[in-house]
Design a protein around this ligand. Structure first.
Ligand code: ZN
Length: 141
């Protein structure tokens, strides 16, 4: 997985990185960019706050709790690295803090999943297709 941010016209993303986010994941902590001016979280990392425009941003720890906003069951591996993982659930979680995150949803019975279910963040150890030792998932609460 690339940690590079795709540049958008008119914005300087040279100082924006997902490295702090991945580093906190390795400590089993979920963080999101937090604006020091308006105290609101956002995701994806930006060089400025999308709510108020401030450039005073830091990594803020979040609860890791949220609700399942959307999901799909992936039956066809997007690359050979995922061939042993299918089928798996890929979902969008609305965090308690507001931002939506896309991640794997770990569950025993995907047919029981419903929009609105409570989920929480968890780190899983070593994925064969991730460069990091831990990677984030959400599990049912
Ligand atoms: Zn702000």
């Amino acid at each position: 997985m690339s940690t590079e941010v795709n540049p958008a016209p008119g914005h300087d993303y040279s100082d924006v990185s997902l490295s702090p986010w991945w580093e906190s994941i390795q400590d089993n902590i979920l963080t999101l960019p937090l604006c020091q001016s308006c105290k609101r979280f956002h995701f994806y990392p930006e060089p400025f706050c999308p709510h108020c425009g401030s450039g005073e941003l830091s990594a803020g720890k979040i609860t890791g709790k949220g609700t399942l906003y959307s999901f799909t069951i992936v039956h066809r591996a997007p690359s050979a690295a995922f061939k042993d993982d299918v089928p798996y659930v890929l979902g969008v979680v609305k965090t308690q803090e507001g931002p939506h995150l896309m991640a794997r949803i770990e569950c025993d019975a995907a047919d029981k999943l419903q929009i609105g279910l409570l989920v929480h963040f968890k780190c899983l150890k070593s994925s064969p297709h991730a460069s990091a030792a831990l990677y984030p998932v959400f599990v049912l609460t």
